[in-house]
Design a protein around this ligand. Sequence first.
Ligand code: 6PG
Length: 483
Amino acid sequence: MTTTAARHVGVIGLAVMGENLALNIERNGFPIAVYNRTWERTEEFINGRASGLNVAAGKTLPEFVALLERPRRIIIMVKAGAPVDAVIAELIPLLQEGDMIIDGGNSLFIDSERRSKEVEAANLHFVGMGISGGEEGALWGPSLMPGGPKQAYILLEPMLQAIAAKAEDGEPCVTHIGPGGSGHYVKMIHNGIEYGDMQLIAESYDVMRHALGMTAPQIAAVFAEWNKGPLASYLIEITAEVLAYTDPETGAPLVDLILDTAEQKGTGRWTSQNALELGSPIPTIDAAVFARTMSSMKERRVAASQALKGPNPEDIAAMTSRIDPPRLLGYLERGLLFAKISSYAQGMALLRAASDSYNWGLDLAEIARIWRAGCIIRAELLEPIRAAFGAQPDLENLLLSIGFLDIVNEGAGACRSVVTLARSIGVPVPAHSASLDYFDSYRTAALPANLTQGQRDYFGAHTYRRIDKPGIFHTEWNAEPAS
Ligand code: 6PG
């Protein structure tokens, strides 16, 4: 440990994400200072993982702040919510004009909007920075989504570019997202998309085991194969590894021993809540959020499984005996790709809606670019998505991009086959269904909302418009017809 030269950047909070980010920064040649609420934790870090490295530590917050060069760059890596406010409140009186507070947690973007106003009012800068890639990403190269004043971003850029993941073309996975809470907003959408991807993958797995009776290692081999094609992505790669893992205690596939209740910390739910608020449909992500909720009702599901009936077992057996496995696996692969593209189209459309609503000027091509590596949703698919928005910055919906038209028009058929089969054998595929319904609704020129309008006008005189003449109309629906 050395404490001589002024430190380029400081990290507050030495839980695993904070520690790993600090080590990443140090490895990339930026002198760093760290601070943790408890000195024991700090000591453990500097005498342990940071021993021999160029890391200085402050015992108190004023001591830590004094270690930093001006303008100060301070990254907060504490639990989202009240702890972030507490640290900011303690920091403000210790800082000077132009210093920067960067929140690297999974904060709700509305909190970041508020904090940016509070911090800017003290003549300091606030940057709400989404960080994706988990522990490994923080250490070796995350995808970074910083939002806040451009002048603060410029001062942070060399360090952020150095520590960020690099895509295949060598581009660092960081960009200035926009003002205020936009960085955390984009991270929230990333997580919503992550929920959608994970649920879609889980459904493919479920269809394979129920329709084809495949074992976990057999399914692992299918995902490993898919990872060589257009579905290639981090999540498909780890899915193959999770499915192939043998429990050392029992010799059984570990996945078969894991309780089927998925937890959630809230970012997926926030995405759905915001989509409802902005009126921008994201049914695949909604389905994924509720699938987790449904999974958590384990006891109720076990009880209901005794009372509620699925399709007749003989019918299921007859149906599954007629399946040609390679054919179904082909449908599943192309259906998953289609469902994923539909989900990304929803997520990108929500980003556009938020950008318009909050006046953020988001660059969707740039956002797709920085998701190509480092983050949890990194995937081959993100390069064509980047290219689509790069070529057509005002592209209204990804489904309509020239580069995607053939893939989605063909893939919809595969997804339809998967959903139809799953329904017939009683396997729930809510995210696949939602992706397909989004596509079918979006491509339908005349939806049945004419009837909905008729009903609204009937019971509430809410009026309606007609297709054959302009104007607003109301009808006395239950009046005696004139004779
Ligand atoms: C990431 C992850 C990360 C975290 C999620 C998990 O981008 O690195 O998204 O942020 O793993 O918060 O969220 P849930 O606990 O809600 O699944």
